[in-house]
Write a protein that binds this ligand. Structure first.
Ligand SMILES: [Zn+2]
Length: 158
C-alpha cells in the first residue's frame, strides 16, 4: 500500500486557513520539487462550493503564478477545502501564504470582475458553466478575516 502523507495528517487538529509544506522531493538529477497543502476552510466543517473552487482554480493559476516563481500546478482537493500547490525549488510556507493573501486581496476588489478570470470560455475549460466569482469573492473575504497561518497547528498569521 502506498504511504500517502496527506492521509496520515490528523485533520481533526489542523486550524485553517493555513499553508503547510507537505513534502520536498528530490529528483534523480537533483531537482527539488515542493508540495504544499493550501487549506482554505476547516476540514469536515465547511467546504467551498464546486463552482467557487473551480473559479479559484482558474484565478490561482494566473495570479499566484505571477507572484511566485516555479509554480508547476495548483489543483483542488476533492474534499473542496483547499488546494495542492506544487513548485520547483524550495519556496517556504510563509512565502506561499503571503502570495495567497495578496491573491485573495486582489479577488475581493470591486475592480476584479469576471472578465479578469482567464480560461472560462467553453473552448478553454472542461465545465465552463460551473463557475462562481461571487463564491470565490465571498470565501476570499472569510479567509482574509480569519487570516492565513504559515503553520497548520498553531496560528501564525502572515
Ligand atoms: Zn475550468
Amino acid at each position: 500500500m502506498a504511504e500517502v502523507e496527506s492521509f496520515t495528517l490528523d485533520h481533526n487538529i489542523v486550524i485553517a486557513p493555513y499553508v503547510r509544506l507537505i513534502a520536498k522531493e528530490v529528483g534523480p538529477k537533483g531537482d527539488i520539487i515542493t508540495n504544499f497543502d493550501v487549506r482554505l476552510t476547516q476540514p469536515n466543517e465547511t467546504a467551498i462550493e464546486t463552482s467557487g473552487m473551480h473559479t479559484f482554480e482558474h484565478i490561482f493559476a494566473d495570479l499566484m503564478r505571477n507572484q511566485l516563481d516555479g509554480i508547476i500546478d495548483i489543483s483542488p482537493f476533492g474534499c473542496r477545502t483547499g488546494f495542492h500547490l506544487i513548485a520547483w525549488g524550495e519556496p517556504t510556507a510563509t512565502e506561499v501564504a503571503k502570495v495567497l493573501k495578496k491573491t485573495l486581496e486582489e479577488i475581493v476588489k470591486d475592480s476584479y470582475t469576471i472578465d479578469k478570470v482567464q480560461g472560462i470560455a467553453k473552448i478553454a475549460c472542461g465545465n465552463y458553466k460551473d463557475h462562481s466569482l461571487h463564491s470565490a469573492k465571498e470565501w476570499s473575504k472569510i479567509i482574509l478575516e480569519k487570516g492565513i497561518s504559515d503553520d497548520a497547528f498553531v496560528r501564525n498569521v502572515v
